[in-house]
Design a protein around this ligand. Structure first.
Ligand SMILES: Nc1ncnc2c1ncn2[C@@H]1O[C@H](COP(=O)(O)OP(=O)(O)O)[C@@H](O)[C@H]1O
Ligand SMILES: [Mg+2]
Length: 460
């Protein structure tokens, strides 16, 4: 962030921060704490900028701010979200973690710290809308973590994830999710055809993970916005470099992949992907409309809706949504072939989207491309149905409904052959993108397994 001593710039920044806090429905007391503005000025700001926008009226809250740490332990989902928020505080530089002892780095009343707090909360909102944790609760979480008397963090010894720890409670080794009796309940629910929350489904079937769990932050660089994807302590390989190399491999295959680069931050590789839902303008950033595959397919993340997780259905929706339906459908086909060729089986509906540009809706650049090493050579599944034979990632299935993507069988074959020829050289490509030999060996089984080339379904 630019630091300036110019009084007027500081004043403007103060007002900007106050408005940002008003939009997050912070209480007047909190806004005063962070900006130093008087209650009267805050109320005037609210009246001038927020009250007359009838369509999106911002709520104001009165009364005491939250002060019960028990709120974050009410249920496993809240606990999970609060743990993520704690990670975002570290990523944004509000807290410093050394061996999971947290130390505060912010200063109440500093505009810089206030802005970082908004950034952390906005990153949280990106992944959890509607949010279960209000801004006031987020601010309370930050103070409670830095006090270190009631709340701390620890690693779950079952899943390795960062979890919130109640320092006054009996010592627990696993996080709420891992300890929860939900797993048994979920197994029964599947048998009975009931709905299961995505969080539990994720743990039961890792290949359908909804992602979003890796620490991320929006970063500004020049006049561009980037999402920084950070490593986690428990990572067994350099996932950022692997994802970066895969994005570039997709680009080589003719796929419109998002702009990406690796940036060393604090001695660690961070994957930076340029935000495609924002564009710089004179006064800031223009926000494009963004609709994820879940909405396009009119489905949910849970188990019962998975029958609508389908590429041919997504192609049908592109016919309705896209400004260039033919181009976008062929592009979608290329992405399926690529996902199958590199076993990117985390290709659930949230990892596809359209955005609205000046000319209309178009498929977004491809993102979140990560090869998954697997043992099986006989059959691989993607997360979404590909054709007549369900989710099976084999040539016969890729060709089975290619006309839904506006391709004849011959044209579809040409697309497949082109992509296969490029993916065959993946090792050289990964080496050129500085993926270590150890990591390359670790993911090798993801690329072009035997079953990819099958021309017909196995007998029986
Ligand atoms: N370049 C981008 N621009 C804008 N939004 C993005 C971009 N990349 C990802 N997203 C959004 O952020 C979400 C999480 O990013 P993703 O790369 O899928 O992370 P994860 O590996 O945690 O799933 C995506 O589902 C998408 O909505
Ligand atoms: Mg994702």
């Amino acid at each position: 962030m630019r630091v300036s001593d110019d009084r007027y710039t500081r004043d403007r920044e103060r007002l900007d921060l106050a408005l940002r806090l008003i939009h997050h429905e912070a209480r007047t007391f909190t806004i005063r704490q962070w900006t130093g503005l008087s209650d009267d000025r805050i109320r005037k700001l609210y009246r001038s900028y927020c009250m007359d926008q009838a369509a999106r009226r911002v709520a104001r809250h009165r009364g005491k701010s939250p002060r019960q740490c028990a709120f974050f332990f009410k249920n496993a989902e809240l606990n999970f979200q609060a743990s993520q928020l704690a990670s975002l505080f570290v990523v944004c530089g509000l807290l410093r973690g050394s061996d999971l002892e947290l130390e505060s780095l912010y200063r109440v009343g500093s505009l810089e710290s206030g802005t970082l707090l908004c950034q952390a909360y906005e990153a949280y909102l990106e992944f959890h809308a509607p949010a279960s944790i209000s801004f006031e609760h987020a601010w309370f979480l930050l103070t409670a973590l830095s006090r270190r008397d009631e709340l701390g963090v620890a690693r779950c010894n079952a899943c390795g994830g960062v979890r919130l720890r109640d320092l006054l409670a009996k010592r627990r080794l696993a996080c709420g999710t891992c300890e929860s009796p939900d797993f048994n309940a979920a197994a029964e629910a599947i048998e009975e055809g009931k709905r299961i929350p995505a969080r539990i489904l994720e743990q039961l079937e890792p290949s359908t993970s909804m992602g979003g769990a890796r620490p991320k932050a929006t970063l500004e660089d020049g006049n561009r916005l980037w999402i920084g994807k950070f490593p986690e302590k428990a990572d067994r390989c350099n996932l950022q470099r692997i994802e970066y190399a895969t994005i570039e491999l997709a680009r080589r295959c003719g796929i419109a992949a998002c702009n990406a680069r690796i940036e060393p931050i604090g001695g660690r590789d961070v994957l930076m992907v340029e935000r495609f839902d924002r564009a710089p303008t004179d006064g800031g950033y223009l926000r494009f409309g963004f609709v994820s595959g879940l909405t396009l397919l009119d489905c949910d993340e849970d188990y019962l809706d998975r029958e609508r997780w389908s590429y041919p259905l997504l192609a049908d929706e592109l016919r309705r949504w896209s400004e260039k339906p033919d181009e976008d459908r062929i592009e979608l086909f290329r992405r399926i072939v690529f996902n199958a060729a590199v076993t990117n089986n985390d290709d659930h509906p949230r990892n596809h989207a359209v955005r609205r540009t000046a000319r209309g809706w178009r498929l977004t650049p491809a993102y979140d491309l990560v090869p998954a090493p697997m043992v099986s050579l006989e059959r691989r599944d993607l997360a979404m149905a590909i054709g007549t034979y369900g989710r099976t990632a084999s040539v016969y299935n890729l060709l089975s409904q290619c006309e839904r993507f506006r391709l004849t069988v011959e044209a579809a074959r040409r697309e497949i052959n082109k992509i296969v020829a490029i993916v065959r050289a993946w090792r050289d490509h990964f080496q050129a993108h500085s993926v270590s030999t150890k990591d390359t060996d670790y993911i090798a089984s993801a690329f072009l397994p035997e079953c990819f080339f099958f021309e017909k379904p196995p007998e029986g």
